[in-house]
Design a protein around this ligand. Sequence first.
Ligand SMILES: [Zn+2]
Length: 411
Amino acid sequence: MQIIGADFVVLCDSAFSVIKKGGICFDTQRILEIDSYENLCAKYKGIQCTYYDSCAITPALANPHLHLEFSQNAGILKFGDFGEWLDSVLTQREVLMQGDLQNAMQQSLQECLKSGVGFIGAISSHGADLEVLANSPLRVMYFNEAIGSSIEALDFLYQNFLARLKDSKSKASARFIPAVAVHSPYSVHPKLLEKVLDVAKKENLPLSVHFLESYAEKEWLESSSGYFKGFYERFFHKEVQTFYSAKEFLQAFNGIENVYFTHCLEADGEILERIKAQKGKIISCPKSNRLLNHKYLDLQAVKKAQIPFCLGTDGKSSNDSLSLLDELRIALFAYADMPLEFLARELLLSVTRNVFVDSTLPLGELKVGNFSDFSVFKLLKVDTFLAQHLILYAKEAHRLYIQGVEVLESK
Ligand SMILES: [Zn+2]
């Protein structure tokens, strides 16, 4: 049991409460008490007490969408247009997994930890990231991804998905949660989708899916035309039609709550209403969206639909870093039409509370009973906490606790 305190303890609750000179008493599992640092130290005499001056303590940040396996793709893929990017992924697919991938993934993990991230949602296409993630100090939701549009290959792809899921289950623990990802509506055959969703439902596994990322995808789902028509002809030598409309695809997830829908750049009001009705969440990756789709998520529309909004980095196939602090800074500048401090608070909640709201994981908010996962950020010496200060000035985390243990090298 120990106590940490700081000038500001930012609870990341729905009221965005901040305790000045606050303290947290915790053990290696859970938060036991939250009060002023002074009260806690007086109450629990003799236990280790650490005060972080000019700092804020927040819940450890959560990056719910990244692809660790694409950690060495810098400079290989083409940015600026979704279709040109996807073409470059297909033509370079042999190269993308070669080289010293383990080393590249370790470096990416360090970027996560240094930015105060204690939880990640890792989309895994091949299972090459399983060991490195299971052995990392991070809490991991490990999304085994299913992909496949060709009916002849479905059985093989489904078996491959099941084998990876089984491997990930052998690592399951309080810190490592096996889960399921569906790649996208344009790349997953309805028969594969049905089987994979059946598994997720029966085993109550968390779900993540890329959805309406690009105009090309929207056009394909609406009219089987545009970029993807040529894509299937060039890379798969066949003429196909879209498997679903956007609404039909969403329908397949009906009855499953807490699905993470990633991107949703092309989601209109009706689609957003459906995601809300299905109790889904939306993950936005602004830097990835800038690089591939020269566009940002309509945050006002997502707020209006009252859908929990989360922020992720995506992988290095469409980003230059996995630092969630970088992502927050970019987002703070991207939405110039929103009041600054209001936006900064929304963004801080998008990497804490919103990721876990309505889920069974006791994370994302500092409250008694939640896991002992905290980030400590050095701030300016000020009297009042401003979320904008954290986003603007904290270039990396000062300390990071996961399961009540410090995981960053001390500075
Ligand atoms: Zn992604």
